[in-house]
Ligand binder design. Structure first.
Ligand code: GAL
Length: 721
């Protein structure tokens, strides 16, 4: 169909132009695709326009949307004018247009490291190793955005998507064009106002899914649930992880584990790097017989010591591996690092590699994998001219490869009814329910925290892993932040650092890692909320109830003396975040002795002392090296293990902060298997009330019959005196 786009003008000069341009109609052979939205669940609408690719994030991940959990959320109306969403087809591609209001802010669109708000940016969403600028090339370029107006939009296309986030200006915009004279007009702007988000999808069609709110957190939760819900790691996954240098052999690893014991330092997982394999880069996925003559004994000894094993792999298979003969027909036309590239789009590939993993790894008790280098760095991935026998184009393979590897390995563990938790260097939409955490080689501490915050908008997990540091101070600050992330890990693959390498801060590092271990009951409940209700365990401040951003305030009042809160929240919140509902973390970075912390509305208390620190305001904290600043909301209940051991039944100390009476649900299950999927779990009600004398008392509901119970003695600690 041919459509005519007519200039629209609203000013007088515009009207003249309109008449003039009437004779100048632009004739474009573009097809305006009709959109008929289908309501999938409460607050979730889907539309297919044109002929979408058969391969997309949800079809490949194969996860089932958690519709029941979504339907349990309050129903809401379609969050914008349906007619304001437009899809055109032209030149074999689809052009999408979504409305943007004045003042509306946009978050998400991939794992960004420097920015939180995306309005005003132009991105090409493309899996890659993050290269230092937020241009869309990142480890998880998830095509989902969430708006400050409380809704989200997901473009379920595994193509390289170009996104103009409030930069494209249409001549038929409802907002009058305002051209200014740059020579004389100080108000002239290089970035004229744009009222839309435009997306170019290089495919014949597209599937779009809109998620309602009413809050941003609701929209994100619906998105996460639609992607299968968040993952629930085994409890041991939330402990402390150490990765050993590449060429460590079995006795060196054992010595390392003993070293941890001698230092009274908790250790849950030991990670072996490429050297566990007979050959790597390209990989054999077989143990090296010299360095690990008896892998079964080695892994079981570690297990007896309470330490789980995680093994590094990358995707590229060595011509000398046992599996290659069988696998060769199912590999791509091109190689990477002289290794064959398995085509995970084929069931045979999953079978052959899965069988090898079962034989050499799972059968002897290996607990998980670190799946490296499926993200690019361009030279280290296949080029887009590569052909895959499954006929999935290389572009889509690139967008999906990390998700495919996660799916295959998650399934292997699921079949054994054993939960795994591991690392992956690329992910995307569809990966939310897979138990993997993203990491990379980029190493800016600040940017790592910004990525942690951004991960919460897009249904992925990120770890700001610690590797090395220039000073004891930096070491400690990094250790402190990694302990408040989804995976607390020291990755010493290259230089062999230990948590105690900087002796000046050994005491503080030990303390924060022990704190992490004690927080596992709280963290585990945060993850259960992710799995059951889609609420991310780490949360950007913008997702927090009571955290309002104020941009517009009476003239002259927006400054740090008159209205510091408004002034502070105008900025992007790139360096403070929440863990679950109750903990607010405000990291300090090297060289800092004090910082501003923005407290959302309601009273907030110091985690360590229980003292009131403020209420809906900006405070300045000057914490010494000993602690990372952590705050708890009024009525905050924090269940903590009495000690750092994960094994057996634990004594639980339930901390309570402030004065507000509150109720909290503590999640519990066996911590290791998938039996929770069959109903073997409990949400115990923890309550703090006042007794007849006005004294605070805590209670916890009993464990229902036949439900798991990880706790022995339970006591309450009222932190605010
Ligand atoms: C890198 C990875 C590192 C380490 C190394 C081993 O790609 O990011 O963490 O595993 O490979 O060669």
């Amino acid at each position: 169909m041919t459509i005519f786009i007519v200039h629209k003008r609203t000013s007088i000069s515009g009207l003249i132009l309109l008449v003039f341009s009437f004779f100048q109609c632009i004739c474009i052979d573009a097809q305006n695709l009709p959109l008929s939205w289908e309501k999938k669940a409460s607050g979730v609408w889907i539309v297919k326009a044109g002929e979408p690719d058969s391969i997309n994030f949800l079809s490949v991940s194969g996860v089932n949307p958690k519709l029941e959990a979504i339907n349990a959320m309050t129903d809401v109306c379609f969050p914008m004018q349906e007619t304001d969403i437009k899809v055109l087809k032209f030149d074999g591609k689809v052009y999408l247009q979504f409305p943007l209001d004045e003042g509306e802010k946009i978050y998400g669109l991939g794992l960004n490291f420097k920015t939180i708000q995306q309005r005003g940016r132009i991105l090409r969403l493309h899996v890659d190793h993050y290269g230092g600028s937020d241009n869309g090339r990142t480890q998880a370029p998830v095509p989902f955005y969430v708006s400050s107006k409380g809704y989200g939009v997901f473009i379920n296309s595994a193509r390289y998507l170009d996104v103009w986030v409030g930069t494209a200006v249409r001549k038929d915009s409802k907002v009058p064009m305002n051209s200014r004279d740059r020579n004389l007009d100080k108000q002239w702007s290089a970035n004229p106002y744009s009222d839309n988000i435009s997306v170019l999808v290089p495919a014949e069609g597209v599937e779009i899914i809109v998620f309602g709110g009413p809050s941003m957190l609701d929209a994100v939760s619906r998105f996460n649930l639609y992607n299968g819900g968040g993952c629930l790691p085994p409890k041991w996954g939330l402990g402390f992880w150490q990765r050993t240098p590449t060429l460590y052999n079995d006795s060196m690893v054992m010595a390392e584990v003993k070293n941890f014991k001698e230092h009274h330092f908790p250790l849950s997982v030991i990670g072996l790097e490429p050297g566990w394999q007979s050959k790597s880069y390209p990989c054999t996925y077989e143990w090296d017989k010299d360095r690990f003559p008896n892998p079964a004994k080695f892994v079981s000894q570690l297990n007896e010591m309470g330490v789980k094993t995680n093994l590094w792999i990358n995707p590229y298979i060595s011509p000398e591996s046992e599996i290659i003969k069988k696998l060769l027909p199912y590999t791509a036309s091109h190689t990477v690092w002289s290794g064959y590239v398995p085509d995970y789009g084929l069931p045979e590939t999953n079978q052959i590699i899965g069988d090898q993993m079962k034989k050499d790894l799972l059968s002897i008790g290996v607990n998980g994998l670190k799946m490296d280098e499926n993200d690019g760095y361009d030279n280290w991935l296949w080029p887009d001219v590569t052909l895959f026998p499954s006929k999935i184009p290389a572009e889509q393979m690139r967008q999906l490869y990390g998700v495919m590897m996660q799916k295959m390995t998650t399934k292997l563990y699921h079949e054994q009814n054993k939960r795994t938790y591991g690392l992956v260097r690329s992910s995307n939409a569809g990966g939310t329910s897979f138990p993997y955490v993203i990491y990379n080689d980029y190493y800016s501490h600040r940017d790592f925290i910004t990525a942690l915050i951004n991960s919460s908008f897009i249904g992925v997990l990120w770890t700001p892993e610690v590797r090395s540091s220039k000073s004891a101070e930096e070491w400690l600050r990094r250790m402190q932040t990694v302990c408040f992330s989804p995976l607390a890990m020291l990755n010493a693959w290259s230089d062999g650092t230990k948590p105690w390498s900087f002796t000046e801060v050994e005491k503080q590092v030990t303390e924060v890692v022990n704190l992490r271990m004690q927080l596992i009951p709280y963290l585990y409940t945060c993850f259960a909320e992710y799995a059951f209700y889609g609420r991310p365990p780490i949360r950007a401040m913008n997702l927090v109830d009571g955290f309002t951003t104020v941009d517009k305030i009476e003239d002259g009042k927006l400054n740090s003396t008159e209205n510091p809160y408004a002034e502070a929240t105008k900025k992007e919140m790139k360096d403070q975040f929440m863990v679950g509902d109750n903990l607010l973390i405000a990291p300090l970075f090297t060289g800092e002795t004090k910082r501003e912390v923005i407290l959302p509305k309601g009273r907030w208390y110091d985690f360590y002392t229980g003292k009131l620190v403020g209420e809906g305001q900006v405070i300045e904290v000057s914490q010494g090296l000993d602690h990372i600043p952590v705050f708890v909301r009024d009525g905050g209940i924090i269940p903590m293990a009495a000690n750092s051991e994960i094994k057996g039944k634990q004594n639980l100390v339930i901390r309570y902060y402030g004065q507000k009476l509150s109720v909290y649900k503590l999640y519990d299950d066996d911590g290791e298997t998938y039996n929770y999927e069959k109903g073997e779990y409990s949400w115990r009600t923890v309550q703090v009330k006042k007794d007849a004398k006005g004294v605070l008392v805590g209670s916890i509901s009993i464990v229902e019959k036949d439900k798991p119970n990880s706790f022995d003695k339970i006591s309450f600690e009222f932190m605010t005196k």
